[in-house]
Design a protein around this ligand. Structure first.
Ligand SMILES: Cc1cc2nc3c(=O)[nH]c(=O)nc-3n(C[C@H](O)[C@H](O)[C@H](O)COP(=O)(O)O)c2cc1C
Length: 210
């Protein structure tokens, strides 16, 4: 039995393109893997720890090998619990909107919490980084209002798929399967619907092989 963690980064619920395509993937996955467990984190309603002064000081203490103050320990325990929930999964599904060419702030907050030395990556005395989340596949649906296809002038603005794929690789992921839903705005509602339906069909296919 595998555990799949489904992370939703859009606040738009059933109106979200990334969520509805990722939902179709997860539903198809459940059918083809009936014994597996699926856990969902909706980042706009989940209680993700703030990465404020105390949490950041806690991080620097870890990096410098210094003990935590009681306040830092309390904040750091919440960080560790969030990381433990993340690392407990065997497979990952992410639904990610493009916001200002990048990602919604709640996903960035989650990343700032879970990407921690000694937890999701290590650094050796020579300054070499190594991801600790290894041997686990990730499926990511990226929704964008415009179009940012590879090889087009718009590609340079895509700090969404490039960043998410890069931070996943930094944490150790090597099997990253992506699906784009675009344009969800620029081509009008009919084009958006066509693109969503095509992406749903592709997602269902990809779920069987996940
Ligand atoms: C705050 C905000 C910023 C956005 N910025 C961009 C952007 O930079 N480029 C773009 O193509 N679309 C942008 N959009 C449009 C979204 O990418 C588009 O609506 C997409 O479908 C959102 O994903 P979702 O449907 O899963 O929520 C933005 C939307 C919002 C709400």
């Amino acid at each position: 039995m595998s555990k799949l963690l489904y992370i939703k980064a859009s606040p738009m619920g059933k109106l979200s393109y990334s969520t509805t395509v990722a939902d179709a993937f997860v539903e198809a996955y459940k059918k083809s893997h009936p014994k597996d467990q699926v856990k969902t984190i909706d980042l706009f309603s989940a209680n993700i720890p703030e990465f404020d002064f105390v949490a950041a000081s806690g991080k620097y203490k870890v990096m410098r090998g210094k003990p935590h103050s009681p306040e830092e320990k309390q904040a750091w325990d919440k960080v560790i619990a969030t990381i433990a929930e993340f690392k407990d999964a065997d497979k990952y599904v992410l639904a990610v909107p493009m916001w200002n060419f990048s990602i919604p702030y709640r996903l960035k907050q989650y990343i700032d919490v879970i990407v921690q030395p000694g937890q999701t990556f290590t650094v050796d005395s020579g300054g070499n980084y190594k991801g600790s989340v290894t041997g686990k596949p990730a499926f990511v649906v990226f929704a964008r209002g415009g179009e940012y296809a590879k090889g087009t002038p718009a590609e340079q603005y895509d700090q969404q798929s490039k960043y998410v794929e890069s931070i996943l690789r930094f944490m150790g992921f090597t099997d990253i399967r992506s699906l784009m839903v675009e344009p969800t705005l620029a081509g009008g509602p009919e084009v958006a619907e066509q693109k969503r339906n095509a992406a749903i069909e592709k997602a269902k296919q990809m779920a069987g092989e996940f």
